[in-house]
Design a protein around this ligand. Structure first.
Ligand code: GDP
Length: 364
């Protein structure tokens, strides 16, 4: 699963990407410095895995991860080929969710492509480009489905009606995610269209260090603007976070954070929010060789969850032995959980819960 970082040039995308992934994407005070899409694999901070590590003392620990993609080249006119043109749009289409970075800091030394700091205008600029691109996609598809609908094809009629609704929304400068599916067919179609503005989004307000805790007036404006979108707004001082990642020791980083009034880096908050936005959750396997967090979708069944480890586990699934995370921690070990009769045996229908500690039985 991938989350793509979008925003105008010079709002702090690459810097954020670097802090998240510690990859060496270039970051310079220069528009278009990130020309190739950069993909970073990011660990999802989760105190539960540290707790399990403490209890099990395994040889190694593997955290859950999310792929983060730094998407460059989004400027006014991009949908019509300005800047890096359409190159970036394919990269967004491949993402499952969008992290939209807005510049909410003043700094005369850092050029703004539109001459002044205004996150409301910036958001609109980006939204419009994405909506125009979607409009193109929708209109192309409408041409085909309209013809088929005329011949009496029921499916094409359903599709046409939905496309018309989306088109209407886009023409009113509303994103496709504001169009709500009326039934499962429409839901499936919406997925199939792969529209950029239908993807779930969260906003990152990039502020100066002193505003990292309480935000500033730009942030207030952004919050007001998106209040009906049901989207999360995260305040983050990308510049300060970048400085923190430069520090060698954990203690130094903690002191820096405390000085800023934070208990953990904003990037950790962001990654967890992205994980949630992607509708992901975690289950654990806890053995002496390895304690590991595995990523599944909310609502996945036990066999599906097993399939994340290996497809054979899913095919040959017999049953799962499940310990709720809280039980594992309060009893302290698998053996004690068993003694207490808290280990459950679950079958194919079981819907895995966030934090379950699982062990699968399967045929090969
Ligand atoms: P991108 O074009 O959106 O990828 O932007 P970059 O990450 O390359 O950042 C552009 C410039 O803004 C760089 O010089 C960064 O160091 C600087 N910058 C990024 N975030 C902040 C911030 O929170 N505060 C300040 N003052 N500068 C920042």
């Amino acid at each position: 699963m991938k989350a793509g970082i979008v925003g105008l040039p010079n709002v702090g995308k690459s810097t954020l990407f670097n802090c998240l992934s510690n990859a060496k994407a270039q970051s310079a005070n220069f528009p278009f410095c990130t020309i190739e899409p950069n993909i970073g694999v990011v660990n999802v901070p989760d105190p539960r895995i540290n707790k399990l590590e403490e209890l099990v003392k395994p040889e190694r620990v593997q955290m859950a991860t999310v792929d983060i993609v730094d998407i460059a080249g989004l400027v006014k006119g991009a949908s019509k080929g300005e800047g890096l043109g359409n190159q970036f749009l394919g990269n967004i289409r491949e993402c499952n969710a969008i992290i939209h970075v807005l510049r909410c800091f003043d700094n005369d030394n850092i050029v703004h492509v539109d001459g002044s700091v205004d996150p409301i205008r910036d958001k609109e600029t980006i939204d419009i480009e994405l909506q125009l691109k979607d409009l193109e996609t929708v209109e192309k598809r409408l041409e085909k489905t309209k013809k088929a609908a005329k011949t009496g094809n029921k499916e094409a009629q359903v599709e046409t009606a939905l496309l018309e609704r989306i088109r209407e929304a886009l023409l009113q400068a509303k994103s496709a995610r504001t169009v709500v599916a009326q039934n499962q067919d429409e839901e499936a179609l919406l997925e199939d269209f792969q529209l950029i503005t239908a993807k779930p989004v969260l906003y990152v307000c990039n502020v100066n260090e002193e505003s990292a805790v309480n935000g500033n007036e730009y942030v207030e404006k952004v919050k007001e603007l998106v209040k009906d979108e049901n989207a999360e707004v995260i305040i983050l001082s990308v510049g300060a976070e970048a400085d923190i990642t430069e520090l060698e020791s954990y203690e130094e980083r903690q002191i820096f954070l405390e000085d800023m009034g934070l208990t953990e880096p904003g990037s950790a908050v962001l990654i967890r929010a992205a994980y949630k936005l992607l509708n992901l959750q975690t289950y654990f396997t806890a053995g002496v060789k390895e304690v590991r967090a595995w990523t599944i979708k909310v609502g996945d069944s036990a066999p599906k969850a097993a399939g994340v480890i290996h497809s054979d586990f899913e095919k040959g699934f017999i049953r799962a032995e499940v310990i709720a995370y809280n039980d594992y921690v309060s009893f302290g070990s698998e053996a004690k959980v068993k003694e207490a009769g808290k280990l459950r045996v679950e079958g194919k229908e079981y819907i895995v819960k966030d934090g379950d500690v699982m062990h699968f039985r399967f045929n090969v």
